[in-house]
Design a protein around this ligand. Sequence first.
Ligand code: SAH
Ligand code: SF4
Length: 346
Amino acid sequence: MSDPKIQLKNFSQSELEDWVKSRGHKAFRGRQLFQWIWQKGIMEFSEMTNLSKELIQKLEQECSLELSSVSQIQTSESQGTSKFLIRLNDGKFVETVLIPEMNRVTVCLSSQIGCALDCDFCATGKMGLKRNLTSGEIADQLLHVRRFSPRPISNIVYMGMGEPFQNYDQVIRSANILHSDLGFSHGARKITISTSGLVPKIMQFAEEGHRYKLAVSLNASEDNSRSQIMPVNKKWDLDKLIKACQHYTRTSSNMLTFEYVLLEGVNDSVEDARRLMKLAGRVFCKLNVIPYNEVTAGYARPSKNRISTFLEALNRAKFPVTVRWSQGDDIDAACGQLSTAAQQEE
Ligand code: SAH
Ligand code: SF4
């Protein structure tokens, strides 16, 4: 059954101000409320000490801050990565990952339960789409992880379950909460949104002038193999995708990150590397190569030798190339390993 109370965590700061005004209080009370919820992480209205008794009473009667709870935390012994299983009010589950490294602490947020885009190599894709998350449910993930993390969180990536640009509005609203001074005050350049290549949404993101970083999952250097592993390519092929990326980097003057999951025998030849160098070279970018984490039958991570040969072939690229050895594969928390199919309560 759905909660009849108003879920305040789904409100933006200005919507909170409007709500408070509609109940006869001054707008700045809405800003204070926003600050209690996100910056201070307070769950009880009665602990919001600078609000009047009368407002607290109205909040208690009409509103709720309970959107999700942590149901399980698994920590990788060897790598320190933690995976959070989070239960939502409707009994559905979502996963969030905390990745502590030497000089940064990254949180990987989910934007949907499952994903409709059905990339052949991805565990989340195999779940299908259950539903979109609300902005509050997305930001709540960070609240849970922040409470648990012994070190401050430095980077946030929308690379967990789901395709952020298929849930565009809620994702942008949640990023605004992460970025807001009275929210989590994370720098816009420390927040990265990753898309599999929804061209109209990349264009919209560029037009709207958001300062959050953009990552695009390229994963192939020619249309045939990309369409095979990523059905989204049949709708927006590589030429359309690259043009949208160029439009984004020109309008924003921001560098874009291409992600390239390395799959043995599919996209890991020297020829692939050469084609990739040309293709990505058309965009102001850096390239992040991700050796595949094995999750679905039919795909494998190339050998160390083959990975090195691929990287060597990229030696003369005009753009920076990095390799991401995913953390947390022993607890299925690495890229593309998130799936809560087994936990969903129907
Ligand atoms: N839907 C978005 C963001 C979530 S996936 C997107 O596709 O960009 C985040 C990244 O993980 C993508 O670059 C995706 O290609 C990659 N990925 C998916 N499954 C993977 C796996 N099993 N091993 C390594 N990377 C994977
Ligand atoms: Fe969805 Fe991204 Fe997985 Fe593709 S790789 S199925 S877009 S989560």
